[in-house]
Design a protein around this ligand. Sequence first.
Ligand code: B1M
Length: 215
Amino acid sequence: MDPITKEIFSNVKDGDVNAVKANVQSAIDSGVPAVEILNEGMVAAMAEVGRLFGEGECFVPEMLIAARAMQSGMGLLKPHLKSAEVKSAGRVAVGTVKGDLHDIGKNLVAMMLEGAGFEIIDLGTDVPPEKFVQAVREQGAQIVVMSALLTTTMPSIKTTIDALTAAGLREQVKVMIGGAPVTQNFANQIGADGFAPDASRAVAAAQELISRRGG
Ligand code: B1M
C-alpha cells in the first residue's frame, strides 16, 4: 500500500477533513489509483471506526466526524472513478431505506453507477416506500437500488418491494439491494432481483439486470 494511502486511512479514522482533502488530492496527483485510495484508505478506515464503535472504544460523534471526512474525500475522487463508457446505461433510483440515515455506502454505489453511465435519481436517506414508488411511476426508474445498514431497517426493503407490487409496478422495475447486514440469501428470501456486497459489484449487477431486461 502506498504510504499516502495509509495516511488517508488515519485521517479518515481521526475525522480530519482538511488532511483527508490534502492527502487525497496529493495521492491523485502522484498517480495512486483511485480505487486503492477508496478501498484501502477510506472504506477500510470506516470499517475500523465501526469495529471500534462495536467494541465501545468510540461513539456516535466520532462515527459522524469520520463519515464527514470520508465524504469530503469522495468528492475529490469522484471524477477519477468514472469509466470510459459514457452512453446512458439506464435510469436508477437510489436510496437508503426508511428509518436508516447511513448514506456513505449509498453515495458510493450511486457514484460508481454514475461513473458507469447510469442516470441517477438520488432519493437520499430515510426514504419511505412511497418515494421509491413515485420514482418508478413518475421518473421512469428502471432499477431501484436500496441500501440498509441496520438489521432493524432491513425489513423496510421488503416493505418497499411490497409497495412496488401493490402499485402494480413490480414487473417493470428491477430491485437491487445491499448494505453491510444484507446478504444474497436475504435478497432471495424477499424477492429482490439482485444483491451486491460492494459498489463495484453493484455496477456489474446493474449492467446484468439491464441487459436481462432488454436494455
Ligand atoms: Co452507524 N451503525 N449507527 N452511524 N455506523 C453501523 C452500521 C454499525 C454496524 C456500527 C457497529 O455497531 N459496529 C451499527 C449497526 C448494527 C446493526 O444493526 N447490525 C450502527 C449503529 C448501531 C448505529 C446507530 C443505531 C447508533 C446509535 O445511535 N446508537 C445509529 C442509527 C442511526 C440511523 O440510521 N437511524 C447510527 C448512526 C451512525 C452515524 C449517523 C453516526 C454514522 C453515519 C453517517 C453517514 O452515513 N452519513 C454512522 C456510521 C459512520 C457507521 C459505520 C461506522 C460506518 C458506515 C459506513 O459509512 N461505512 C458503521 C460500521 C460499519 O459499517 N462497519 C455503522 C463505509 C461504507 C462505504 O460502507 O455503508 O457498508 P457501507 O457500504 C458498502 C457496502 O455495504 C455496499 O457498498 C459499500 C462499499 O462499496 N453497499 C451496497 C451499501 N449499500 C449498498 C446498496 C447496494 C449494493 C451495495 O445496492 C445494490
